[in-house]
Design a protein around this ligand. Structure first.
Ligand code: HEC
Ligand code: HEC
Length: 280
């Protein structure tokens, strides 16, 4: 009897010791599993992104280098996603601007799932009639959020500095029209408004080949330069009447974040360039 109690007690203590040691290592094991899982999510997201998103958001999500499904280069119509104002800080500058009340990952997941009505951003989740399952939306979200880990993107910066836009274009620095075409291309304007020399090349926004004259008469009492300035900063203040596929939609399909993308100098260059676009 005595011996059994002693053996029982020793066995019990041994089990407790083994469990204790296992518990000690458990957090590390869990962390490794979680990291591996997160890594796989990002990898799968990258694959889905290449298949579905680069056409509009670009190879690295920078809204540059967009390619269609044959691998042919094309203008980018999507917003940059690998982009400090969207990804850095919680809330990021972008989310503060639109007064988003929930998390960044929620914002990205919901935008992917439901798309953006009134814009060309498609609906992706099967819950909204799109092609992808919930776990694929999660993988894409993990992939997009993963760019925030790039120290060159966010570094120590938590809030991205905002340009203060003056009310009048006249307070901008002197513009250089020669810098315009490059800016027009890298900022995605070309993707929607087409080549200013070719009226048939506009796809989403009005062709701008004669914008210097058009802008002068759009709004009574507003100069051409001021109209162009406001069109770029606040696309919804005035909706142009005619787009390539019929009347322009309201709210505007034009990217509304150029106020966070362009510098004062770049804005001035774009306006100066547009003032040279006239078909007379
Ligand atoms: C046909 C073009 C197109 C495709 C394809 C596309 N997008 Fe978009 N996406 C857009 C446009 C345009 C917007 C901006 C809509 C707006 O103005 O609010 C956008 C916005 C977004 C946003 C919100 C960005 C922000 O700053 O608010 C996210 C996130 C996003 N897209 C992710 C994706 C992902 C992931 C895919 C692939 C599964 C994808 N998009 C495919 C055009 C596209
Ligand atoms: C996602 C597509 C898209 C992108 C990218 C885009 N635009 Fe637009 N833009 C539009 C649409 C659609 C309209 C017409 C609706 C409106 O007035 O907002 C428009 C209107 C304009 C107008 C007014 C045209 C008129 O006839 O009154 C100007 C000027 C303009 N955009 C300049 C730019 C510049 C400069 C860029 C790049 C920095 C740019 N847009 C990028 C779609 C786009």
């Amino acid at each position: 009897m005595q011996v059994k109690v002693v053996i029982g007690t020793i066995a019990f203590m041994l089990v407790m010791i083994i469990l204790g040691v296992a518990a000690l290592f458990e957090p590390a094991r869990l962390q490794a599993t979680t990291d591996a899982f997160a890594g796989r999510q990002v990898e799968k997201g990258a694959q889905l992104f290449r298949e579905n998103c680069v056409e509009c958001h670009g190879l690295e999500g920078k809204a540059q280098d967009c390619v269609d499904f044959t691998g042919e280069a094309k203008g980018c119509v999507g917003l940059p996603l690998n982009h400090a104002p969207l990804l850095c800080g919680e809330p990021s500058t972008r989310l503060q601007q639109i007064n988003w009340q929930s998390s960044k990952s929620n914002y990205i997941a919901q935008t992917i799932a439901a798309g953006r009505p009134g814009t060309v951003m498609p609906t992706w989740s099967q819950n909204f009639g799109g092609p992808l399952g919930d776990h694929q939306v999660e993988q894409l979200t993990a992939y997009v959020l993963n760019w925030a880990n790039d120290p060159e993107l966010c570094g120590d910066v938590t809030v991205v500095e905002q340009v203060e836009w003056p009310e009048s274009w006249e307070e901008l620095p002197q513009g250089d029209a020669a810098a315009g075409p490059g800016l027009y291309q890298i900022n995605g304007c070309l993707g929607c408004h087409g080549d200013p020399a070719n009226p048939d090349s506009a796809t989403v926004g009005p062709h701008l080949g004669n914008i210097a004259n058009v802008a002068a008469v759009r709004e009574p009492g507003v100069s051409a330069e001021q109209y162009i300035y406001e069109s770029i900063l606040y696309p919804n203040t005035y909706i142009a009447p005619d787009c390539p596929n019929g009347p322009c939609l309201e709210p505007s399909v034009m990217r509304a974040d150029y106020g966070t993308v362009l510098s004062l100098e770049e804005m001035a260059d774009l306006i100066a360039y547009y003032m040279t676009l006239s078909n007379e």
